[in-house]
Design a protein around this ligand. Structure first.
Ligand SMILES: Cc1ncc(COP(=O)(O)O)c(C=O)c1O
Length: 392
């Protein structure tokens, strides 16, 4: 390994939300932070170098985006997924969640029904509800091993009602860790084509795919699906750059790309900041090797937790994720009432995980464990959970 992902990290002066906001969110600060999706891992040296060069210029005015910026993203997509898109179909936005919220307003009317697949990353529901639209859930099906699949019967029933204006897809899926197969994506996409429902595909996790699995960009599945799909993505999860607050969207329809651009213009958030500009390009052009090693590291952390749970926590259920760096731990059988589980994890285990209930009703009793960190943190979290459960 060229890179050391097990290096002890110190974020005490890093203004880290994950560490510093723990007390505000969980009521105490003596917790192992395994929640919000950023990594306790340093960014790739090539990215740091590009940012240092920017710092050394000592001027941080408004930046101009060279054409090579979008080209680097399009080339990355071509190389990683064999999917050719025009750099001109891309647009910058301050984030995937802001894009989602803008698109909800742009593509639908107040009270329109929007479909999501729960349990899912909480801003999916809030971007629907907070914008005065109506949430419709296509609940994912979980088998006894904790493996999730799409309920296609329910999906078709809902899409065919003629009442759904938009489907927001999470691919790969946070928190259940599925990397949807091409077949599953085609089935979902074809239903939307058939029933004339537009799709916003949040593919922010598309580059964090574990060995043996393959991400298929939804737009690459067929021309018909591509034409109804707006895809959101970013290198921020992949390369731990979330604080730089930038992302991309791909628009198949030029008039919609322009309308989106106009909205960003009205808010004056059309530009990158000087750091996201150079960092993203460096990530796409120079950091593929770093990513390969990172995936190996995360996969190793997944295996560690799987093994730990199998041997030492048989009442906790988990399915090894196919992608992301998040594990979806089911605590419903450990002998604690469901509404006390998060409190138990915080105050007894002293581990900060995202509360499963915030991902939807069907996430209650689960905790989302972020393993994008050095192994010692994963070990610490798991041992603390084990000790607390043994003390029950
Ligand atoms: C599925 C998904 N979409 C979007 C985001 C956040 O994107 P951004 O920071 O670009 O708004 C996250 C963060 O964890 C996520 O998991």
């Amino acid at each position: 390994m060229k890179y050391n992902f097990n290096e002890k990290i110190d974020r005490s002066k890093n203004h880290s939300a994950k560490w510093e906001e723990m007390e505000m969110k969980f009521g105490r600060k003596d917790l192992t932070p395994m929640w919000v999706a950023d990594m306790d891992i340093k960014a790739a040296p090539e990215i740091v170098e590009a940012m240092k060069e920017k710092v050394e210029q000592e001027i941080f005015g408004y930046v101009y985006r060279p054409t090579s910026y979008y080209e680097s993203a399009a080339k990355w997509i071509e190389k990683r997924f064999g999917y050719t898109i025009s750099p001109n179909s891309l647009i910058h936005s301050p984030g995937v969640v802001p894009s989602m919220s803008i698109l909800v307003k742009m593509l639908t009317k107040p009270n329109d029904k929007i479909l999501i697949q729960t349990p899912v990353y909480p801003p999916f529901a809030s971007s629907v509800k907070d914008n005065g639209r109506t949430l419709v859930e296509n609940k994912l099906i979980k088998d006894e091993k904790g493996y999730y699949t799409v309920d296609f019967k329910d999906l078709e029933e809902k899409l065919s009602s003629g009442e759904i204006s938009l489907f927001i897809l999470c691919s790969p899926h946070n928190p259940v860790g599925r990397v949807w197969t091409k077949d599953e994506l085609k089935k979902m996409g074809d239903l939307c084509v058939k029933y004339n429902v537009r799709i916003v595909a949040d593919e922010i996790w598309r580059d964090l795919i574990m060995p043996g699995h393959k991400h298929t960009p939804l737009g690459s599945v067929s021309k018909e699906i591509e034409d109804i799909t707006i895809t959101l993505f970013s290198p921020t999860k992949t390369f731990n750059l979330a604080g730089l607050q930038a992302s991309f969207a791909t628009f198949p329809r030029e008039e919609e790309r322009k309308a989106f651009d106009t909205i960003l213009g009205q808010m004056d958030v059309k530009r990158n900041n000087p750091f996201s500009l150079v960092a993203f390009q460096a990530a796409y052009e120079k950091c593929e090797d770093w990513l390969s090693e990172l995936i190996e590291h995360i996969n190793g952390n997944f295996d560690y937790v799987m093994d730990f749970i199998e041997k030492r926590l048989p009442n906790v259920k988990v399915y090894k994720p196919e992608g992301t760096y998040l594990m979806w731990l089911d605590f419903n059988n450990v002998g604690i009432p469901q509404d006390k589980i998060q409190d138990f994890l915080i105050n007894e285990a002293r581990v900060a995980m995202n509360d499963g209930g915030s991902f939807g009703e069907n996430g209650k009793g689960f905790g989302r464990l972020n393993v994008a960190c050095p192994r010692y943190m994963v070990e610490e979290a798991m041992e603390k959970i084990e000790k607390a459960i043994k003390n029950l």
